[in-house]
Design a protein around this ligand. Structure first.
Ligand SMILES: Nc1ncnc2c1ncn2[C@@H]1O[C@H](COP(=O)(O)OP(=O)(O)OP(=O)(O)O)[C@@H](O)[C@H]1O
Length: 621
């Protein structure tokens, strides 16, 4: 029977059918409430249910009530606050206005001016006006009031085959899963309800969201090997308390999403790589961290660097190619009082004789064809207040040696094409793998210049003098390689480490790094074994710098390879290396920075090889 309070006799007197839940229009509207249970259950349903179970009439709580008007606008029934004649009249008046404006939601002032929201639920038999005290800005009420197919929209969200919903309560217990989601997990309807989200949804994070209260929007979610896009939102009640969380997973276009997800993973690993590169550059700036090695020789080297760096004296770094002279120069600069200014790098071996002067000293406006109109500062001027790293200083032409000597003596120089004396206050750090004694003896390097550049000389130990550092260097090489390619770092077996420690390494750390990287590429397993190097040594594409004249007679020979074979392998390697450099220079339009990154070699080594190959010295990029 109908439990709503009618004005006396209203239900029957007005010719309506005998009150029954089916026929009484008010009871029919109770059916509407049931349809809209998800919408109303926080506001209307509890009150209606209380009334239903108690059998009491007009027992709605607080400021709530229902007013039913007939097609002629006359009151058929009222309940709760709608029993107050004054309020019922304001509701009726406001409803007339709302009807004209086709509004299905309006507000009236209740007792003590408390805002009463009225939702209009029309039907041919009667208009039901549901009144309740509520913030008139309540989005849900507004939505239901404004859209007469609100129920269809909710149903669409719940059954949308392209977007699955899952709802958990504050304990992360699943309270609802849309049918498409249930089917995806092979669950019967309602099969996931009542279980913890992690037991039902693979890789679910709804429990985290309900704990943290933080939304996770547009993330990738892998379920059963398929990547989908998911958004997870915490849900709060009107008092702002966390009551649960909802997850929405896009089920549409898995192929497009797969492509997107592949793209995202690729970009992610690239970003990670560049981030690490940046960190590397920053770390470099912080000194010695980049110089790996705990051997006695390395400890001694680091102590020397720490002592010399703060003194404003020129430093000459000697040592074989690939021993880390450039790294040491960076460390010296960054441990010096000039660390906040730049360290300008110049590679004497890479500068063609015709450009050495203008590159070093700059030139005045219009001094030669092809020069920039306004003239240009040379490296020496650019290094003012900072450091000048002069790599391969032993390869400097004689006439430039004189000019450099003058700068080092009194700090003055002239730009090409100019007479004006310029000054630059820089700290010179030079490096070379040449034998200065021999060069001085044969007259190709000035003794006075040698004294100037070599205020302090630091020799970098060859790798064969510190074989105990190989495990650390190998770890570093494998990690950097893996980072660069977004892979997991491989390891070396103990046997492989001993194998590497048995080599003499003419190309020092650079050669070790390349060798290890090659092995990482070709080895089949996650653990690199010594035989992975055996085949690699014979690989024609291997990049090994040829031994320099200085240490040619002591050049180490790879295990199992005779001196003659070694020479042939070296020259084959040189040719391949030259070819790779040429290809990369063409590919990157002569951008040496990118070429060096691409080939995994230092810029100074690239300069050196370009000079040997006879490439022109394009401007540094
Ligand atoms: N102690 C070290 N720790 C980590 N990496 C090192 C170390 N020494 C050298 N390397 C690496 O080896 C490669 C060669 O180093 P670097 O360019 O500094 O050598 P170099 O002595 O200046 O060589 P060259 O004389 O050929 O220019 C670089 O990739 C560098 O990062």
């Amino acid at each position: 029977m109908c439990h709503i309070a009618h004005p006396p006799g209203n239900c029957e007197n007005k010719g309506l059918q005998r009150p029954s839940p089916r026929r009484c229009p008010i009871s029919n509207w109770l059916g509407v409430f049931t349809d809209y249970r998800p919408v109303f259950n926080r506001s209307i349903m509890p009150a209606m249910e209380t009334q239903d179970t108690s059998g009491e009439t007009a027992s709605l709580n607080d400021l709530r009530g229902v007013l039913v008007l007939g097609p002629d606008g006359k009151q058929l029934a009222a309940n709760g606050i709608a029993l107050q004649p004054e309020l019922a009249r304001s509701i009726e008046t406001a409803w007339q206005d709302a009807r004209r404006r086709q509004r299905r939601l309006f507000t009236v002032d209740g007792p003590d001016n408390r805002p009463i929201v009225v939702v209009v639920l029309p039907s041919p038999d009667a208009t039901v006006l549901v009144a309740m005290e509520r913030d008139s800005r309540d989005a849900l009420i507004e939505f239901v009031g404004a859209v007469d197919f609100a129920g269809d929209i909710l149903a669409h969200f719940l059954t949308n085959p392209f977007e699955a919903l899952s709802v958990v309560d504050r304990d992360a217990i699943v309270r609802y899963m849309s049918p498409v989601h249930e089917r995806f997990f092979g669950l019967r309807p309602g099969g996931g309800v009542g279980r913890h989200t992690t037991e039902v949804i693979e890789n679910s994070r709804l429990h985290e969201v309900v704990k943290s209260g933080k939304a996770e929007i547009g993330l990738l979610h892998e379920m059963r090997g398929i990547t989908r896009v998911v958004s997870r939102n915490p849900i709060r009640n009107s008092r702002g308390e966390l009551v649960g969380a909802i997850g929405q997973i896009m089920f549409k276009g898995p192929e497009q999403l797969q492509t997107l997800s592949n793209e995202v993973s690729k970009l992610k690993s690239e970003v990670a790589y560049y981030r690490r590169e940046l960190d590397d550059l920053r770390n470099r700036s912080y000194g010695l961290d980049q110089m790996v090695g705990e051997s006695l020789a390395m400890q001694r080297l680091k102590q020397q660097i720490v002592k010399v760096a703060p003194l404003d004296v020129p430093v000459l770094l000697t040592g074989e190619s690939g021993t880390g002279k450039e790294l040491a120069a960076h460390a010296i600069h960054k441990l010096s009082p000039r660390r906040d200014d730049t360290m300008v790098m110049v590679n004497a071996a890479a500068l063609p004789a015709t450009l050495v002067e203008s590159e070093l000293f700059g030139y005045e406006a219009g001094s030669f064809t092809g020069a920039e109109r306004k003239g240009r500062k040379g490296k020496i001027e650019q290094a003012d207040r900072g450091s000048l790293f002069f790599d391969e200083v032993g390869d400097m032409p004689a006439e430039v040696q004189v000019k450099l000597l003058r700068v080092l003596q009194d700090g003055t120089f002239q730009r090409v094409g100019g007479n004006e004396l310029h000054r630059s206050n820089f700290r010179l750090i030079s490096a070379s793998n040449r034998n200065f004694e021999a060069m001085i003896a044969e007259g190709s390097f000035r003794l006075d210049l040698f004294y100037r550049i070599g205020g302090v000389t630091i020799r970098l130990p060859a790798l064969r003098e510190r074989l105990e550092d190989i495990p650390l260097l190998v770890d570093l090489a494998l990690k950097q390689f893996a980072d660069r390619h977004g892979q997991r770092a491989k390891k070396l077996s103990a046997d492989a480490i001993s194998f590497l420690q048995g080599q003499r390494w003419p190309g020092n750390v650079r050669q070790l790094i390349h060798t290890v990287e090659r092995a990482a590429i070709f080895s089949e397993s996650d653990v690199i074994e010594s035989n992975d190097f055996g085949t690699i040594d014979l690989e024609p594409g291997q990049i090994l710098p040829a031994p320099t004249a200085e240490h040619a007679d002591s050049a180490p020979i790879p295990l199992g390879v005779g001196p003659q074979e070694h020479t042939r392998v070296s020259s084959a390697v040189e040719q391949v290396e030259e070819q790779m450099i040429r290809q990369a220079m063409a590919k990157f339009n002569g951008n040496k920075k990118r070429v060096a990154v691409e080939l995994g070699i230092s810029r100074s080594y690239l300069y050196k090889r370009l000079a040997q190959i006879g490439f022109g010295a394009e401007s540094e990029t």
